[in-house]
Design a protein around this ligand. Structure first.
Ligand code: PLP
Length: 456
């Protein structure tokens, strides 16, 4: 049951308790190593002690936690929800498919239907393989790139999941230094022999990429990168990457797991008109049902027919039907226009609040991912102020980070209530900055960043 709290109570600074969440989390700590399945869902990623940790149901742009509190959700399942939670049309299609069977002994024609839809939608798509998630799809893309090129090294820029091919990059640095790619996370359990097979490059730096290609001449199978995350690249940057890839005969893979679908249904490659050889998509493509895909040009993908890339549940009908319906609904609902409207409204409203309060800073970035950055007197205050922001927003019934991920289900009312909650939160932050005592306003632990990303 979704508790539809009246607006006033939703945004009032009330006495929300998260007792059940905290109790359950304590128990999880005894049963589940690392508490959660996704690092971004750990309590330490929010205002631990104030933010909800477990949800019991979600609908549209809102969810209810297991203590019965209702929230506006701007985390949107780390971007996986794009139409809104429990979308009627997608869920109906899924329910009908469940009645027809979720997994057959034979193949499902939905595999071919979705492949056609992806080919029609994503510029780099001529052939398609499926998975159930983003990291898994990245691993498949890397296997295909290595198999097709006969080379082994991967140059990468971004976050690409938990698999060995990628995590081996952390052997390149001393984790204590906090350098590439996941500061402070050691590659425990990742075979040391993979060290040097995967090398990071800095976003925006074509010289660095060119040097790496020259220093690893004829050894690089692919450049794997997130083409953007929350800001647009400098003009010509992605074109420059593509030119270098072509010059060195290297397969260019765009990881659009996070940046795909919202800005353009055809992906960032369509939005910026830079077409890679392969693309990885997942998350929002199926609005909350497990699904991922590797798509690419025929000459790069076709050799995969001789590679061992195979898994029972990749044929699952639920993900296929959810993806087909989600993509068609995005087109039907003119999602690109609506995302621009929502993002522009948020950015404008938040910037007005910042200006009216006389704070220094701004809300900027892509309208699909508006991000608030306050200028602070001291860099060390960053994590405290971020945590205070999340704490105050949570206690006002809004779950978010300092960046927001819209869905098509966010209404004008959700947007207005959120801008009001942000305004009230900024007042609290301002008082802490003026008194020089943010600490006394924090009633939770300081948020910990799980890892540093290469693409902002
Ligand atoms: C760009 C990118 N690639 C890959 C992944 C991994 O996807 P998944 O969590 O579905 O395995 C993520 C997840 O955040 C991502 O943002």
């Amino acid at each position: 049951m979704l508790l539809n709290a009246p607006n006033e109570s939703l945004c009032m600074h009330n006495d929300r308790q998260v007792t059940q969440s905290l109790k359950t989390y304590e128990l999880a700590g005894k049963l589940i190593p690392g508490w959660t399945q996704l690092i971004s869902r750990r309590a330490s990623q929010f205002a631990n002690g104030v933010s909800p940790i477990y949800a019991q149901c979600a609908k549209g742009a809102r969810f209810t936690d297991i203590d019965g509190n209702s929230y506006i959700d701007w985390v949107s399942a780390v971007g996986a929800i794009i139409l809104g939670h429990a979308d009627k049309v997608v869920d109906q299609a899924v329910k009908e498919q469940i009645n027809r069977g979720s997994l057959y002994s034979l193949n499902s024609p939905l595999e071919v239907e979705l492949a056609e839809e992806l080919v029609d939608t994503i510029p780099s798509a001529e052939m398609v393989r499926y998975t159930k998630g983003g990291g898994e799809a990245c691993a498949v893309a890397v296997r295909i790139a290595r198999g097709t090129s006969g080379r082994e090294k991967i140059l990468f820029c971004g976050y690409h999941g938990w698999h060995d091919w990628y995590q081996a990059a952390n052997y390149l640095v001393n984790p204590e230094d906090g350098e590439f790619p996941f500061s402070g996370i050691e590659p425990i359990g990742v075979p040391q022999v993979l060290a040097n097979t995967v090398i990071p490059f800095a976003y925006g730096n074509l010289t660095m990429l060119e040097d790496l290609l020259k220093n690893n001449q004829n050894q690089v199978a692919a450049i794997m990168m997130e083409p953007i995350r929350s800001v647009l690249p400098d003009p010509g940057y992605l074109e420059g990457v593509k030119a270098l890839a072509q010059e060195h005969d290297v397969i260019l893979i765009f990881d659009e797991v996070s940046c795909g679908w919202r800005l353009s249904i055809g992906g960032v490659q369509k939005y910026l008109n830079v077409v890679p050889d392969m693309t990885v998509v997942a998350k929002a493509m199926s609005n909350g049902y497990p699904m991922g895909a590797v798509v690419g040009l025929r000459n790069v993908m076709e050799p995969a027919d001789r590679m061992f890339i195979s898994s029972s549940y990749w044929s699952d009908n639920i993900g296929l039907v959810a993806a087909l319906t989600t993509i068609r609904e995005l087109k039907q609902r003119d999602s690109e226009t609506r995302f621009k409207e929502i993002g522009d409204k948020l950015i404008k409203g938040i910037n007005e609040a910042i200006t009216d309060l006389g704070l220094s800073g701004m809300c900027s970035g892509l309208y699909t991912n508006p991000t608030i950055n306050l200028d602070l007197p001291d860099d060390t205050l960053g994590s405290k102020v971020n945590t205070l922001f999340i704490q105050e927003m949570s206690s006002r019934g809004v779950l978010c980070y300092t960046s927001l991920t819209p869905t098509l289900a966010h209404t004008e009312e959700d947007i207005n209530l959120t801008i009001q909650a942000i305004t009230d939160t900024l007042v609290v932050i301002q008082s802490g900055l003026e008194s020089g005592d943010i600490d006394s306003l924090l009633t939770c632990n300081i948020k910990k960043d799980p890892f540093r990303r290469l693409v902002r």
